[in-house]
Design a protein around this ligand. Structure first.
Ligand code: GTP
Length: 397
């Protein structure tokens, strides 16, 4: 720390910021627009780079640039980070509030530069504004992504730089720091500038980790869900079914499977067109969720056929849920543009010995076939025969 003078620290911070903002600007293009925040983070870093450059030219250029504009760019840059995290979290930007605060901070800095020149007063307010922003970022990131590794890392970085800033406020308030300019080589000034330089790098790393984590989650969702209805895709549903069958075998808890098929769907397509047919499929997936419990799982098996897994549902409960689905769907759809439609359901209960995914699926399918044959808009039950002894492994279809 002794060898590092504030001018070198400001230079390092600027260089790191330049590198990081170039990385973020390049990455911005490779992420889909659904991952918000990268734009604001890139601009935030650019603001901090400009601020470092201006601070570094203190003495060589007018105070308007190296003091007033530099501080405004520093606070504005950190504000951009905050706005980026709000965007990332899907929250409104609060840009009007941020702009007003930035204007007030700039006016205050200008006052203590020209009217009543006093470096500690300027440093105090700018550090105070930055501390509030760092802590606001910590809370925001913790609330939205705190449980993930990237979220925890980013929170730690913001907490760290927030604490250094808060400590600087205390030091300035207690007059322990005799700094009279940005280049004042006091220990506090060096610690603060070093923390800022380090945090530029660490915040960029955190932002990239957060964006990557979000991208992975989005890709996983796309891979495991049906695009039209957002229900699980057939493959993902079968994986869940195999897992739940295993759990049911180990715990002895009941498990039920419903196979649902929209009735006479071909005629809906023929009479109203394919687009309305698609909307009916979406409507079914949405309205069926209104009847299901949180632990239940809906999958699109194909076309107008859906599968529903009911963990921990006794045969009586499962039958009651299936009948409620039938009644709910047969009632008028809230969307007046959709035709009236009904659903037939085959219900299979995973009994002791029903250990294979395909056994359960074909039992539900057989029951569905009977529901269609017996007039549609109804529920039929199947109790598949035991195939394997308890203790044998469930096998995926
Ligand atoms: N609009 C739309 N139609 C689909 C989709 N997937 C499958 N279909 C149509 O769904 C219809 C299914 O018809 P069928 O299997 O003959 O059965 P159904 O008319 O529902 O008669 P039942 O099942 O016996 O009540 C076919 O016409 C398919 O083209 C889809 O994603 N969107």
């Amino acid at each position: 720390m002794a060898e590092l003078d504030p001018r070198s620290l400001i230079f390092v911070a600027g260089l790191l910021g330049l590198l990081c903002s170039a990385i973020l600007f390049m990455l911005r293009r490779s992420f889909p627009p659904s991952i918000g925040g990268l734009n604001e983070w890139s601009w935030g870093l650019s603001g901090m780079v400009v601020a470092s450059g201006l601070f570094g030219m203190t003495g060589a250029i007018p105070d308007l640039f190296c003091v007033v504009l530099a501080n405004a760019m520093l606070v504005g840059g950190i504000m951009c980070f905050y706005a980026g995290f709000r965007h990332f979290a899907g929250l409104p930007s609060r840009s009007r509030l941020l702009k007003t605060v930035l204007l007030l901070v700039t006016a205050y800095v200008a006052w203590f530069t020209y009217v009543s020149p006093h470096y500690p007063s300027r440093a105090l307010l700018v550090t105070f504004a930055n501390t509030i922003l760092f802590l606001a970022c910590t809370v925001l990131v913790y609330r939205t992504t705190g449980a993930s590794l990237a979220g925890r890392f980013t929170c730690m970085v913001f907490t760290g730089i927030g604490m250094v800033s808060a400590f600087r406020i205390g030091v300035l308030l207690l007059h322990f720091d005799a700094t009279t300019s940005v280049f004042g080589a006091t220990p506090m000034q060096k610690i603060y500038l070093a923390a800022l330089a380090f945090s530029v790098l660490a915040i960029t790393l955190g932002a990239i980790m957060l964006a990557n984590e979000r991208l992975r989650a989005e890709l996983e969702f796309i891979a495991s869900h049906d695009q039209l209805t957002k229900a699980y895709s057939r493959g993902a549903f079968i994986d869940i079914l195999a897992r739940e069958l295993g759990r049911s075998l180990r715990s002895g808890r009941p498990l039920a499977l419903l196979m649902c098929d929209l009735d006479s769907f071909k005629s809906i397509n023929d009479r109203f067109g394919h687009a309305i047919g698609d909307r009916v499929i979406i409507d079914f997936a949405q309205r069926v969720q209104e009847v299901l419990r949180n632990i239940d799982c809906l999958g699109r098996y194909g076309g107008e056929e859906f599968v529903i897994l009911l963990p921990d549902a006794s045969p009586k409960d499962a039958e009651s849920i299936a009948r409620r689905i039938c009644g709910h769907i047969a009632a008028t759809a809230p969307d007046a543009a959709l035709p009236h439609y009904t659903v037939s359901i085959g219900l299979a209960i995973a009994q002791e010995g029903t250990m294979q995914v395909d056994t359960l699926l074909s039992a539900a399918d057989g029951a569905l076939y009977r529901a269609k044959a017996n007039g549609r808009n109804r529920v039929e039950l199947a109790f598949p025969p035991p195939q394997q002894r308890r203790g044998e492994r469930w096998a995926a279809a």
